[in-house]
Design a protein. Structure first.
Length: 324
């Protein structure tokens, strides 16, 4: 019997080196909204930047710990090695051309019957844009040179690279309630709930790749959606009962969450949908100013002084402001 049945991806968190370069790429090149400018709660000397749709809804989010001078990581086993976003059907060639015009190498391939635009961000993180039929999410509505008809809709899938596929598959199916949804090119696809874009995990099993090194340009953890804190606590207990080491429920201000590692080494998180990103600033002003949790507020002046200045693009909120 499964102990948890997440209803999709909540967010993916990765590691970047230069905060301003990160903002410029994800806002200006990919057209996402910076929905929260805060710090790593466990190491407040570094930014924690959240990007997503207009409201920062779960399943639209990619976040970054921005550590200055962090060394470049190495892709390999025991890591999430690709993060995919959903784009509308027919948008692959537009994105390929748009990315190339921005100096980003991008190629179009096909996987699971969908077009996939593959490229890397400035830190070397592997990203994919996948044409997803039936994805009704609106995404962020066409700022920073990305028309609404081509805008990223939200997270589509994550790819895990593992030396042994079976132990990870056992956790995904028996403990996280996912179902095997097919295989393609040495990858096994697992789906949450009814499946579809935003609820998919691909696992690539390989014995030839070396162990990955988590640092700049790699994923730190993958988070799945829990409906509420009651379910989160129940799922945590189920993980512990199954012999996995899970943290206590942690207060991340915008959600509550539990962390644990699957057998291959990838760090997983289960995070609640609520309370969301408008708990400390209005929807119209998301991401404009540094926000801190209550326990760090007494140190605001010291924390802010240690962080590099961050400029949010002027057109960041254009999609929320009525125009003439």
């Amino acid at each position: 019997m499964s102990t948890a049945q997440p209803h999709g991806l909540h967010h993916v968190t990765a590691v970047a080196e230069a905060p301003q370069r990160n903002v410029d790429f994800y806002c200006r090149v990919l057209g996402l909204r910076l929905v929260k400018q805060t710090v790593n709660f466990d190491a407040p000397g570094a930014y924690h930047l959240y990007y997503g749709d207009g409201a920062g809804r779960p399943s639209s989010l990619i976040t970054f710990f921005a550590w200055r001078d962090v060394p470049r990581g190495r892709l390999g086993t025991g890591l999430a090695t690709a993060t995919a976003f959903s784009i509308p059907e027919g948008s692959a060639s537009w994105w390929r051309d748009h990315l190339r015009a921005q100096g980003v190498e991008a190629d179009v391939t096909t996987r699971h019957g969908a077009d996939v635009v593959a490229f890397r961000d400035p830190d070397g993180m592997v990203l994919e844009l996948v044409t997803a039929a039936g994805d009704t999410r609106s995404g962020w509505d066409g700022v920073a040179g990305v028309p609404a008809e081509h805008a990223l809709r939200g997270l589509h899938a994550v790819t895990l690279t593992e030396r042994a596929l079976d132990p990870t598959a056992e956790v995904l199916t028996s403990l996280l309630g996912m179902g095997l949804d097919g295989e393609d090119g040495g990858r096994a696809r697992f789906a949450m709930g009814d499946g579809g874009s935003g609820a998919l995990v691909d696992v690539h099993g390989t014995t030839s790749a070396e162990r990955g090194l988590q640092a700049g340009g790699t994923v730190h953890h993958v988070a799945f959606r829990a409906p509420d804190e009651t379910a989160l606590a129940r799922w945590r207990q189920g993980l512990v009962d199954a012999g996995l080491e899970a943290t206590e429920v942690l207060d991340r201000k915008y959600f509550r969450s539990v962390y644990f590692r699957e057998p291959g080494g990838v760090l997983f998180e289960i995070a609640t949908d609520a309370p969301g990103f408008d708990v400390d600033e209005p929807l119209l002003e998301l991401g404009r100013r540094l926000q801190l949790p209550p326990w760090l507020e007494p140190d605001r002046e010291q924390i802010a002084a240690a962080l590099p200045p961050l400029h949010v693009p002027d057109d960041q909120d254009a999609g929320l402001v009525p125009t003439d």
